[in-house]
Design a protein around this ligand. Structure first.
Ligand code: ASP
Length: 440
C-alpha cells in the first residue's frame, strides 16, 4: 500500500473508531468500567499522547524548514533578481483568491439564506478576544531579533529574515557560495526528517481523529445544518472549481493531477486543523510531487501558510451573512464590500493554528456593524469546518505555488506529470537537488 493510502486509511479509521467510542460513551447501557477504559486509557491516554507527539513533531520542523528552504530559494534567485516579480505575483494571487473566496461565500449565503429560520437564543454570551490593530500586524512582520522570532514561531518574521539572509548570501561572493552549499545540505537533511515523520503519519492522523471524533458532538451539526452545509458547499466549490479553473487558465496543467497529489496533505490539514503544522508536508509535496522548484516553493508555500486563508475567509463570509440573517439585519452593498476587504485582511492576520478564524471573525463582524456575540451561534460546528477549511487553505497555497513556479519557469513538468514522484518518501537517500528530481 502506498503511504498516501495508508494515511487516508488512518484518517478514515480514526473517524470511524472515534465515532464508535462516542456512541459507546453516550449509550444508555454504558458502565463505569467502559467509561474509565475509553475515557482515561484510550481517548485521554493513548490517542491523546500519540496525537500530541505527532503535532509537536510537525511543528518542530516548521521553523528549520522555512528557514533553510527560504534561504536556499532566495539565494538561488538573488543573482537573477526575480525575487520582486515572484513576490508580486504571489501576493496578487493570494489576495485575489481570498477576495474571490469571500465574494462567493457572500453570494451563496445570501442566495441560500442559512440563517433565515434561526433565531438568536437569549442566553448567548460570547467574549471575543481582541484582534490586534492592523498597524501592529504590519509592524510585526519585521523582526528585531531573529532568534526570538524563531523561538516564538513568528512565521512572517522568520520569512523576512530568511529572505534577507538568502539575498545577502547570493551577493557575498565566494563565502556566500560556501554558505549556500551548507544550507542546501541542511535542506536535504530537514526534508529527510519530514519524510521520516510522514511515514509515521498514519498513526498520528489516526490518533488525532479518533480523539476528536470521540469528543465531537455531531448532533450540533443538525441544529446548524443550513449554515454547516453552506460553508461546506462553498469550500468544496472553491477547492474544486475555482482553483481548478485558475490552474487550467494560467498554466494549462491538469487540475486532477494536482488534486490527486494533494490527498495526503489534506489528511494532515484535516487532522491537525492547522496550516502551520501541515506546512512541512505541503512544502515537500509542492516541491517533490508537484515539481515546483525550491526557489519559488520555498517562498510561496510558507508565506501562503501564514497569510493565504481562503477557506477561513469563506467561513467568515458565510458566518457574517448567517449572523446578519439571524439578527434580522439587512446588509447593504457597502457592507458586502467592507466584509470582502476586512475578511481578506483578516485572513492575513489569522494565525495558522486551529480555531483562529473565529477570533478574526470578530473583526469582520465589528466592521460590518453586526453583534459579535453571534459567534456563539456557530462555535458548535466550528471545529469540523476548521478541518475542511484548513485543507482548502493549503490547497490554495499549492495551487498558487504551481502557477507562480510555472510562470517563472521554476517548474519541472516531468515531476508534476509523474504519478509516482516522491510516492515513497523512504527512497530519497541519494537525492541531492530537492525539487528538481523525482525519485523513481
Ligand atoms: N485552522 C486554520 C488554518 O490553520 C485557520 C482558521 O481558519 O482558524 O489554516
Amino acid at each position: 500500500m502506498t503511504l498516501t493510502n495508508k494515511i487516508l486509511l488512518g484518517m478514515v479509521a480514526g473517524m470511524a473508531v472515534g465515532s464508535v467510542l462516542n456512541l459507546l460513551l453516550h449509550a444508555s447501557g454504558s458502565t463505569d468500567l467502559i467509561n474509565v477504559v475509553v475515557n482515561d486509557y484510550l481517548i485521554g491516554g493513548v490517542f491523546d499522547v500519540v496525537g500530541r507527539i505527532f503535532v509537536a513533531s510537525l511543528k518542530l520542523l516548521v521553523v528549520p524548514l522555512v528557514l533553510v528552504s527560504l534561504i536556499c530559494g532566495a539565494s538561488s534567485l538573488g543573482d537573477n533578481s526575480r525575487m520582486g516579480p515572484i513576490a508580486g505575483k504571489t501576493l496578487f494571487f493570494y489576495l485575489g483568491t481570498t477576495a474571490v473566496a469571500v465574494g462567493s461565500a457572500l453570494l451563496f449565503a445570501t442566495l441560500i439564506g442559512p440563517g433565515i429560520h434561526v433565531s438568536a437564543g437569549a442566553d448567548m454570551a460570547f467574549e471575543p478576544s481582541v484582534a490586534p490593530p492592523l498597524q501592529d500586524v504590519l509592524v510585526d512582520i519585521f523582526p528585531s531579533n531573529p532568534i526570538r522570532a524563531m523561538a516564538d514561531g513568528k512565521m512572517l518574521q522568520v520569512i523576512v529574515f530568511a529572505l534577507l539572509v538568502g539575498y545577502a548570501v547570493s551577493h557575498a561572493g565566494e563565502p556566500g557560495r560556501r554558505i549556500a552549499a551548507f544550507f542546501r545540505d541542511m535542506e536535504a537533511v530537514v526534508m529527510r526528517m519530514v519524510g521520516i515523520l510522514m511515514s509515521l503519519a498514519p498513526y498520528g492522523v489516526f490518533a488525532l481523529l479518533a480523539k476528536l471524533f470521540s469528543e465531537l458532538g455531531i448532533g450540533a451539526i443538525l441544529d446548524l445544518a443550513a449554515y454547516f452545509f453552506t460553508v461546506l458547499g462553498v469550500l468544496l466549490f472553491h477547492a474544486f472549481v475555482v482553483y481548478s479553473t485558475m490552474l487550467k487558465t494560467f498554466t494549462g496543467l491538469s487540475p486532477r493531477i494536482l488534486l490527486t497529489k494533494m490527498r495526503s496533505v489534506w489528511a494532515f490539514a484535516f487532522s491537525t486543523a492547522s496550516s502551520g503544522a501541515t506546512l512541512p508536508v505541503t512544502l515537500r509535496t509542492v516541491e517533490r510531487r508537484l515539481g515546483v522548484h525550491n526557489s519559488v516553493a520555498g517562498f510561496t508555500v510558507p508565506l501562503g501558510a501564514t497569510i493565504n486563508m481562503d477557506g477561513t475567509a469563506i467561513m467568515q463570509g458565510v458566518a457574517t451573512v448567517f449572523i446578519a440573517q439571524v439578527y434580522g439585519v439587512d446588509l447593504s452593498v457597502t457592507d458586502f464590500l467592507t466584509v470582502i476587504l476586512t475578511a481578506t485582511l483578516a485572513s492575513i492576520g489569522t494565525a495558522a493554528v486551529p480555531g483562529v478564524g473565529l477570533i478574526t471573525l470578530a473583526l469582520v463582524l465589528e466592521q460590518a456593524g453586526l453583534p459579535v456575540e453571534g459567534i456563539a451561534l456557530i462555535i458548535g460546528v466550528d471545529r469540523l469546518l476548521d478541518m475542511v477549511r484548513t485543507a482548502v487553505n493549503v490547497t490554495g497555497d499549492a495551487t498558487v505555488a504551481v502557477i507562480v513556479g510555472k510562470s517563472e519557469k521554476q517548474f519541472d513538468e516531468g515531476v508534476f506529470l509523474n504519478p509516482r514522484a516522491d510516492m515513497n518518501v523512504d527512497d530519497d537517500e541519494d537525492e541531492t537537488t530537492p525539487g528538481a528530481t523525482a525519485p523513481a
